[in-house]
Write a protein that binds this ligand. Structure first.
Ligand code: HEM
Ligand SMILES: *[C@@H]1O[C@H](CO)[C@@H](O)[C@H](O)[C@H]1NC(C)=O
Ligand SMILES: *[C@@H]1O[C@H](CO)[C@@H](O)[C@H](O)[C@H]1NC(C)=O
Length: 615
């Protein structure tokens, strides 16, 4: 067994260090200095005494740490990162507010409110006395991911949360294992590999027939679920050489239809909804559901922070799902390992160009768990992010019919009403790229991301374009988590202008605005930056572009159908009174590692006239 529930060990270690050690010290003190009065030996007095001593010890420890930090900050010449001052000890009120916001607020709005309140772009939340940095500062993001890359890693706390799910995969490792994964995967993302569109065409045709059949009976469809199947089937074929065929499964039915048929109907053909709203009653559905549940459970851990192991003392919430994931992936890996042995016996050596990533990994190691973990990470990377991109693009096309018409015109001009575009043609579609850029700006598929400092260091001064910036470096203590928020960075009016919250693809075609973005490359980072920047950028953009072109050749009207969403997943009334996008958002954006639309994105698509004529 490879998996060790290490988080329990960590918890035990912390309890020993912070509670048992001081208690033992006090006990020893009592034994040495036999107290003259009997009160101290009395159990009735002993318990409060021990509690008081532990409290005293904890306070002493915190004071000592603050002193060490202040000294280090001075030595390194950095100012302290502004710290949130809640009303309750340990900022428990802030923690409660953040947990509540998950149920009621617009995505990341709690953070934005704090940044506004403290008039800065990098903050220390210090929840339960544990430092926790959040940042939407361009300069700090740059340092974290690029110029100061060596000073950060994914970190122990993040690994602890993700270990059961991602194990040895690229998203959960640093240094040697990460480098190995990255160099193993890199050859699969060169232009020759990613330029193929036949897999996308095949899967698009399946989507097309589903959409047409829904259109024929005038029923709305959850495109988020459908697009997740498209990217899953395309990714599995790209990575394993074998499609999971999730497009062959049952699709979810609208909420309204579920309730009108009564609760028993769900066992008669209607699909169950997965954690992110996907239907999961088909063959690979079990896998997809486990995959999504793990992401949800891990997100919950991240929200609870340092203390999450307390809530999973007796049950690792990801373990059950991880077993399901293994049940589906391990046989694929085993059979690839068998094939390799057979091929070696016959003296066959496959050229890299002819191999899938799975075959390539199998050639590099016999370690089944290592290969499986890496495949899972790659599936996660390639399925979710691209599906989110096309889902949110369709959302915006439904809100902005003018953009839809202009985009169709461009597509038909370059690709014709039916043609299948190739890689180079796709690169010429400037307006399409502007629409994609704009969607990724407002809804970056990875809206927040975490790193941990390896040791004490200083962050460069905050971005000087912010009026309130204090131009000194900031002291960053070692072993501390730092969360960076591309979604807030991308919507900052200081960087993007007063219309930062508007969907306006034209901003990407306006010379002055483009020049600003070129001069400040770190104000826009949907694919991250630096040595860990997205490997699949070209592949994902090609996939999304191809898909959107084919979709828009066939459909010219996109209409949202919110009635099909469960009521609790619709945008909340109180958002209408607030500033920013939330006042007019028609869906509820949510995040569990990647972004998604709560309750699904239900739409009706209407066939274009050109398409009707060709039938
Ligand atoms: C629109 C689509 C996509 C977006 C917005 C996106 C975004 C990102 C982001 C933000 C990261 C950094 C994650 C982190 O450091 O924690 C990342 C990493 C990565 N992405 Fe993508 N991605 C997309 C598509 C893809 C696709 C299609 C693939 C593969 C087929 C892929 C493969 C990877 C890999 C392997 C990494 C890990 C890189 C490393 O840690 O060294 N991505 N992506
Ligand atoms: C994990 O998350 C899923 C989806 O949110 C939830 O249904 C499930 O109960 C969680 N697993 C455990 C063991 O708590
Ligand atoms: C889209 O954004 C990228 C930056 O990621 C930029 O290089 C490119 O010029 C933009 N393209 C268009 C057409 O907006």
């Amino acid at each position: 067994m490879r998996y060790h529930p290490q988080y329990r060990l960590r918890l035990a270690h912390d309890v020993a260090r912070h509670i048992m050690l001081p208690s033992a010290a006090l006990e020893a003190l009592l034994v040495v200095h036999k107290p003259s009065t009997r009160v101290l030996i009395d159990l009735k007095w002993k318990i409060p005494l021990f509690l008081a001593f532990n409290l005293f010890w904890a306070i002493l420890r915190l004071l000592f740490r603050s002193w060490i930090q202040a000294r280090e900050a001075y030595r390194l010449g950095g100012a302290c990162i502004p710290t949130v001052q809640g009303r309750c000890p340990g900022n428990i009120d802030i923690l409660i507010k953040m947990m509540k916001a998950l149920q009621t607020s617009y995505l990341l709005d709690v953070y934005l409110d704090l940044f506004k309140e403290y008039r800065c772009t990098t903050l220390n939340l210090r929840i339960l006395w544990v430092d926790q940095i959040i940042t939407m500062d361009q300069e700090h993001v740059k340092f974290l991911l690029a110029t100061g890359f060596d000073k950060f890693w994914r970190g122990n706390l993040q690994k602890e949360r993700m270990e059961t799910f991602l194990g040895d995969g690229i998203f959960n490792r640093d240094d040697a294992i990460w480098k190995m994964h990255r160099s193993n995967a890199r050859p699969f993302f060169v232009k020759d590999r990613i330029a193929h569109v036949d897999v996308f065409e095949k899967n698009f045709n399946r989507i097309l027939s589903i959409l047409l059949s829904y259109e024929a009976i005038d029923r709305p469809v959850d495109v988020q679920d459908l697009f997740g199947r498209f990217t899953m089937d395309s990714a599995s074929e790209f990575l394993f050489g074998q499609s999971f065929n999730t497009l062959g499964g049952t699709l979810p039915i609208p909420w309204s239809a579920q309730t009108s048929k009564g609760p028993t109907s769900s066992s008669q053909g209607a699909a169950h909804l997965g954690a992110k709203g996907s239907a999961t009653d088909d063959t690979w559905g079990e896998f997809v559901q486990a995959f999504e549940s793990c992401q949800q459970n891990i997100t919950r851990r991240a929200r609870l922070g340092y203390i999450w192991p307390l809530f999973e003392l007796f049950e690792d919430r990801s373990l059950k799902h991880q077993r399901t994931i293994r049940k589906w992936l391990d046989p694929l890996v085993s059979s690839a390992l068998e094939d390799k042995k057979a091929a070696r016996r016959m003296g066959v050596i496959n050229a890299l160009q002819e191999k899938t990533l799975l075959q390539h990994l199998v050639d590099s190691t016999d370690d089944l768990a290592l290969i499986r973990d890496q495949l899972l990470s790659m599936l996660l990377a390639s399925r979710d992010s691209t599906a989110v991109l096309i889902t949110y693009t369709c959302y915006f096309l439904a809100l902005h019919p003018d953009v839809l018409q202009r985009l169709r015109a461009e597509i038909i001009e370059h690709c014709g009403p039916h043609g299948s575009p190739d890689y180079d043609t796709l690169l010429q579609l400037r307006y399409l790229r502007a629409v994609i850029n704009e969607t990724l700006r407002l809804f970056p598929p990875v809206p927040l991301n975490i790193r941990e400092s390896r040791a004490d260091c200083t962050l460069p001064p905050a971005d000087p374009t912010y009026a309130t910036g204090d131009h000194t470096p900031l002291y960053m203590p070692g072993g501390v988590n730092i969360v960076w928020l591309p979604m807030l960075l991308h919507r900052n009016p200081v960087l993007w202008g007063p219309d930062a919250d508007e969907f306006n693809p034209d901003r990407w075609l306006h010379p002055d605005r483009v020049a600003k973005c070129v001069a400040n490359p770190f104000m826009y980072g949907p694919f991250s930056f630096g040595p860990r920047t997205c490997l699949g950028r070209g592949y994902g953009l090609n996939e999304a572009s191809y898909f959107l072109v084919r979709l828009l050749q066939h459909f010219d009207e996109f209409k949202l159908h919110s009635e099909s969403q469960p009521p609790e997943s619709r945008p909340r009334e109180e958002w209408k009174l607030k500033e920013g996008r939330q006042a007019k958002e028609q869906i509820w954006p949510a995040a569990a590692m990647t972004l998604f639309v709560k309750g699904g994105l239900w739409m009706r698509l209407k066939r274009s006239d050109a398409m009707l004529e060709s039938l």
